[in-house]
Design a protein around this ligand. Structure first.
Ligand code: HPA
Length: 267
């Protein structure tokens, strides 16, 4: 059975309008869902097998407030298999189900000493450092996607307003995609700072490109788990990322739930 039929069968009354991708530190968003249906990725044809500790790999369908949503808990990263278009099928399926907006979340390292661990950063733009595209092999003129304002300015203004009502400082900046899985060298971090990046992480950019190709509006938020390599004495590891992400996860998810709940839908 194809994934759309499976989803319609398991959650027949829900037409999601907003898709949310949960990265490290954002998993507790699913606690805010009401009338939730959880479908593990292995039951959905064409969905990836999310494999990294901290990424469970399920599609959730339910409501955040009155907003019908689809939540992708777990993504496959380029560094797991070398494949960077593994979210192509899930995003296409969610668009076919009715989603026109993609909200992405991730964990990232900060390149700005004034944006410490536990900060939240709205992506204003990104740098595709590996210069790889999930659209390689596609045909048609739509593959030449315009990436100006890839992170929707109206949605960003909305997120800033909601953060203000929560009394949460929301930084805004440029996210650099590093392929990973190794962390950066201190020299690479110095280079990224010179290039104008504010944060660095190993995800999000391929999905933003895929989503813009589909015409979805995109909003993305980073949870800052550490300062970039060489900027502090802390020893970077995946365990450290997950532990830091865990610490702030409840407040971050509460804000995210409210941002999605209060989002206007395009007609
Ligand atoms: N670098 C790359 N990815 C990351 C980092 C980092 O410092 N922290 C969390 N994800």
């Amino acid at each position: 059975m194809n994934a759309i039929d499976t989803i319609r069968q398991r959650a027949p009354d829900l037409q999601p309008r907003i898709a949310v991708v949960l990265g490290s530190g954002w998993g507790t968003l699913t606690d805010h869902l009401t009338n939730a249906t959880q479908i593990p990725y292995p039951e959905l044809a064409g969905f990836p097998q999310a494999g990294v500790a901290g990424h469970s790999g399920s599609l959730w369908l339910g409501h955040l407030g009155a907003q019908p949503v689809a939540v992708l808990s777990g993504r496959q990263h380029g560094y797991e298999t070398g494949v960077i278009d593994s979210m192509a099928v899930p995003l296409r399926v969610l668009q076919d189900l009715g989603c026109h907006t993609l909200v992405q979340t991730n964990a990232a390292g900060s390149l700005n000493p004034d944006m410490p661990p536990q900060s939240l950063m709205l992506l204003s733009d990104h740098i595709n450092l590996p210069q790889r595209s999930p659209l390689v092999g596609r045909s048609g003129s739509e593959r030449f996607v315009n990436m100006v304002d890839a992170y929707d300015p109206t949605l960003r203004a909305h997120a800033r307003r909601v953060a203000q009502t929560h009394g949460v400082t929301l930084f805004e900046g440029v996210y650099a995609w590093a392929f990973g899985p190794q962390f950066e060298t201190p020299a690479e971090i110095r280079m990224l700072r010179l290039l104008g990046a504010d944060a660095v992480g190993m995800s999000t950019v391929p999905e933003t490109i895929l989503a813009r190709h589909l015409g979805l509006r995109v909003l993305a938020l980073s949870f800052i788990t550490n300062l970039g390599a060489g900027m502090s004495t802390e020893h970077l590891s995946h365990a450290h990322t997950l532990q830091q992400a865990q610490l702030g996860s409840v407040a971050a998810s509460r804000l995210l739930a409210d941002i999605v709940t209060k989002m206007d839908l395009p007609s």
